[in-house]
Design a binder for this molecule. Structure first.
Ligand SMILES: C[S@@+](CC[C@H](N)C(=O)[O-])C[C@H]1O[C@@H](n2cnc3c(N)ncnc32)[C@H](O)[C@@H]1O
Length: 247
């Protein structure tokens, strides 16, 4: 098996490849606009609100927030994602490379978004805490942090341990397991005769874990939703764990 890690952390390598975007191609602009419409309806920020999308990927949510008229900054660790997203920039939309643990010093935002399981990648708890503190630092007083995480309980209860998924010309062989408190997904495939193998490793974090992080970052949980329509969270039925925390 060929590994393209070059001593990088899995999340530095995998999300920077075109293969991540192929495997998750259903996580598209349509899903993003549906979710953002519901979030903006609920949060009703003022017209002149300044929004931040932390771990924005190629920018599907940030782009739509900007299309709604908001000023939006968005960052991601992946250089390729940011390079792609920069084509959409305008005077109210700016993309830049940054690590979620790194506080942003200048700007403060009305709402900070962290969407589609862009959290829980670090082995070390200190890094998770540092990330939430950095996001909290970027908020204006009374600002809201929105974290869209997986529902670990349901993900584990309904886990399919082996699966093949054909997307366009590629067949992804996927294995899933829970190991040391992490939900691990091993992804292998062949492209043009080359063999690839990647791993996703997301910490099984629950509402109580996020409440602990929020307490440490002086944030207060104000709402929990379970899907992109913002229906109530149900630990056995909901696909998502969407947390709203106020500064
Ligand atoms: C599951 S993707 C979601 C991307 C985007 N939010 C979306 O919904 O399309 C997770 C994103 O987090 C980014 N990421 C991973 N680790 C990061 C870190 N330490 N700091 C900033 N971004 C990170 C990845 O590069 C990737 O784009």
């Amino acid at each position: 098996m060929e590994e393209i890690l070059d001593n990088k952390n899995w999340f530095e390598a995998w999300f920077d490849t075109p293969y991540y975007h192929l495997l998750y191609k259903n996580r598209n602009a349509k899903e993003a606009s549906f979710f953002i419409n519901n979030l903006i309806d609920y949060l009703s920020p003022p017209e002149n609100a300044f929004l931040l999308d932390a771990c924005c990927g190629k920018g599907r949510h940030a782009l739509y927030m900007n299309q709604l008229g908001f000023s939006v900054d968005a960052f991601d660790l992946s250089a390729n994602n940011i390079k792609h997203a920069k084509q959409y920039e305008n005077n109210k939309l700016y993309f830049f490379e940054n690590d979620i643990r790194q506080p942003l010093n200048q700007q403060k935002y009305n709402i900070v978004f962290n969407l589609f399981t862009s959290f829980g990648y670090f082995d070390n708890e200190e890094d998770n805490i540092q990330s939430i503190k950095a996001l909290s630092d970027s908020l204006k007083q009374e600002g809201v942090l929105v974290i869209d995480f997986l529902n670990a309980q349901k993900a584990i209860e309904t886990m399919v341990s082996k699966e093949e998924k054909k997307v366009d010309d590629l067949t992804f062989k996927i294995k899933r397991k829970v190991k040391d408190g992490f939900i691990v997904k091993q992804i292998s495939f062949e492209d043009n005769g080359r063999k690839f193998s990647f791993e996703e490793k997301v910490k099984a974090l629950y509402q109580k874990d996020f409440i602990n992080y929020f307490n440490l970052a002086r944030l207060k949980l104000i709402k929990v939703a379970g899907d992109y329509q913002l229906n109530d969270f149900d630990i056995h039925l909901s696909d998502r764990l969407i947390l709203f925390a106020k500064k």
